[in-house]
Design a protein around this ligand. Structure first.
Ligand SMILES: Nc1ncnc2c1ncn2[C@@H]1O[C@H](COP(=O)(O)OP(=O)(O)OP(=O)(O)O)[C@@H](O)[C@H]1O
Length: 624
């Protein structure tokens, strides 16, 4: 049915502030020829074309919809056009102003907005744009100019009234779905791209919110001569009519490409009259859809008729002519020389952003602080006021194991927060904002104060309640071991989640690795009798082993324990004649030497850096 055109939130929002920086003067046309993508086909053991010979040309100021039934190849085509494809075999040519551009120049003039927003929920709309601007823009751009650009973008996308509203987290409601989408688009415009790709910018939105997103986008596109290409599922009539051109795909082939205003005449000419009061997008999708048809054979025949009509159409010939003319009149894309960004400044901006997130988003660190405090109270009350009688020796050892191994095991709670940060990083890296080194450095630095706070709080509660060796120095050593333990455990989470950025897999693998380190760490099986397979490699890179032995030495190197009234000592040490056990005797059973704190702390620091370095290497290689 024909819908009425929804109204925008506030027409005043559309009175955008001057946004001359967005004006595209460099790109006049974007053309592509004979784009084809193939994937291996398991059924035929051959290849399957998922994009088949697609050509087109888009002029500056034009907003284009890539439309088609589910699985028709919209996302693949969008990724091909954006030169982001990396898991299919592709061929064809892409030109800007009739010229072939290098990948790096293409990156500079284009931006990609993914379906998932990957916005940081605990930032306000304005802060989101401000951090994007700080990351993207050269420091030679003044603060006043940056604020002017942000004001212009907020106004252009109707977000002035919501600039101080949080994006929203699972427990704090923030912007609406449509406002979030508009903010995501606005933040991708901070780098002033000339060509903007959007993957289903209206998915998950109702028709009013979808209309708003697209109409704000159209306004910005027209005013600034941008090229905007959106894949879109099934727009309402009002939204469909906002687009200038349509690329209609089915089974990877073009069924029509050209002005939206001419679709009705074109399909009418083929005998597919779009009924009055019917959503044209819905009708077009219906006539080219084979999957949901009752009669597959006749639907396939109909689709083939439409596709062959297009391939022999005058419109396609005219399109080929326009592409050829653009190539003949090739003009160079002239851009200002790239302004260098201060690479030292980027980790600081990321650090600042993570800091804001960490104190606003209870899930980032708040939940973990509470969890560790709970564990500290549990540990302190279970191993409550242990004495220096020999009966407490084993409970002390057990408590040390719990304090080191279990604490590092619980670092898996960091997986979701890291995956969220990683997703933001991938999006921002793909849009050329910063690389994995800045991300890893900032992520490491922001964790330090929080992990130190967790170590200190945990120790204050549990150390004294359990009655570990009561001296200030021993307490500080304990805090140090725990702190290094948590830094290494977090490094392991970062590494595993970088390799396998899927929540359940990252969680399972981190837990598996920690389980392994726990098993070979020295408590469950004494290093003296650990089998050679594990003994000669795993133990040396097991961060938990160094923490365990450091804490053991901290407790047992300076304390003696009473054997009780019957003078039957569990450990034979030189103090046996005095009915006492020298704590060093306990260490001997485990094979731990004293005086090696510096060496062990050094190895732990090396392991911490190795985890981060490996994570950096993984992020450098893995692009998605
Ligand atoms: N890397 C790949 N390997 C194998 N098949 C692929 C790959 N990428 C896409 N395909 C297949 O290509 C076809 C087109 O996929 P694409 O995601 O581009 O369609 P779409 O129109 O965007 O679908 P939807 O609207 O459901 O998101 C689908 O059949 C999909 O399964």
């Amino acid at each position: 049915m024909e819908e009425t055109k929804p109204k925008l939130d506030s027409p005043a929002d559309l009175e955008a502030l001057p946004d001359a920086h967005l004006l595209n003067e460099a790109v006049n046309s974007f053309s592509f020829e004979e784009l084809t993508a193939t994937v291996p086909d398991k059924a035929s053991k051959g290849e399957r074309r998922i994009i088949d010979n697609v050509s087109g040309i888009i002029q500056a100021g034009e907003m284009v919809a890539l439309m088609g039934p589910s699985g028709s190849g919209k996302t693949t085509l969008l990724n091909l056009l954006a030169r982001r494809i990396n898991n299919v075999t592709s061929s064809g040519k892409i030109h800007v102003n009739g010229d072939e551009l290098s990948r790096s120049t293409f990156r500079r003039i284009s931006s990609y907005v993914e379906q998932e927003d990957h916005l940081i929920g605990s930032l306000t709309a304005r802060e989101t744009l401000d951090f994007s601007a700080k990351l993207a823009l050269s420091r030679s751009i003044s603060g006043a100019e940056r604020r002017r650009r942000i004001d212009a973008l907020l106004a252009s996308f109707g977000l002035v009234g919501n600039q101080t509203t949080l994006v929203g987290t699972p427990i704090r409601r923030g912007l609406s779905g449509g406002q979030k989408r508009r903010l995501g688009v606005a933040s991708s415009l901070i780098t002033c791209p000339k060509i903007l790709f959007l993957d289903e910018p209206t998915s998950g939105l109702d028709s009013v919110a979808s209309f708003e997103v697209i109409s704000y986008l159209k306004d910005v596109c027209k005013k600034n001569r941008l090229i905007v290409i959106c894949s879109i599922h099934q727009p309402s009539t009002a939204t469909f009519n906002l687009f200038d051109s349509l690329y209609l795909l089915s089974q990877g082939k073009v069924c029509y490409s050209g002005p939206v205003t001419e679709t009705s005449a074109y399909f009418g000419g083929l005998g597919f009259e779009i009924p009055h009061f019917y959503n044209p997008a819905e009708y077009l999708l219906e006539i080219i859809n084979v999957d949901f048809s009752q009669n597959k054979a006749s639907a396939t025949e109909q689709l083939q008729t439409i596709q062959s009509a297009w391939s022999s159409s005058g419109e396609l010939k005219a399109l080929g002519q326009s592409i050829a003319t653009a190539k003949e009149n090739r003009t160079e894309v002239t851009l200002e020389p790239p302004k260098t960004r201060n690479q030292m400044f980027i980790p600081l901006v990321l650090l600042h952003r993570s800091f804001v997130k960490s104190y606003r988003d209870v899930f980032a660190y708040g939940v973990r602080i509470a969890m560790y405090l709970g564990l500290a109270i549990m540990m302190g009350t279970v191993w409550l006021r242990l004495s220096t009688h020999q009966d407490s020796i084993q409970p002390f050892v057990n408590a040390i194991f719990f304090g080191s191994a279990f604490m590092s095991f619980m670092a898996v709670a960091y997986v979701p927060a890291f995956l969220e940060d990683r997703a933001s990083f991938i999006k921002e890296r793909n849009n050329g904002l910063y690389g994995p080194a800045s991300f890893i450095v900032a992520n490491f630095l922001i964790g330090i104060p929080y992990l130190f706070l967790i170590s200190l709080l945990f120790s204050i509660v549990s150390y004294w309640l359990s009655n570990f060796y009561p001296s200030g120095t021993a307490f500080m050593y304990w805090v140090m071991w725990l702190f290094l333990d948590l830094l290494a455990a977090e490094g392991l989470v970062v590494l595993m989640s970088s390799i396998f950025p899927i929540f359940v897999v990252a969680l399972a693998l981190t837990a598996f690795m920690n389980g392994l380190w726990m098993s070979v760490g020295g408590f469950l099986v004494s290093p003296r009798i650990l089998n050679v397979f594990w003994k000669y490699w795993a133990r040396y890179i097991d961060y938990q082993a160094y923490v365990f032995q450091g804490m053991m030495v901290n407790e047992f190197s300076r304390r003696n324990y009473q054997c009780g009234s019957d003078c039957h000592c569990m450990y034979s040490t030189p103090l046996e004649s005095q009915c006492m056990i020298d704590g060093k005797g306990v260490l001997e059973v485990y094979g731990y030497k004293t005086g090696k704190n510096g060496e062990w702390a050094g190895i732990l620091i090396a392991i911490i850096f190795a985890y981060r370095l490996l994570a950096w290497a993984v992020l450098k290689i893995k692009k998605t």
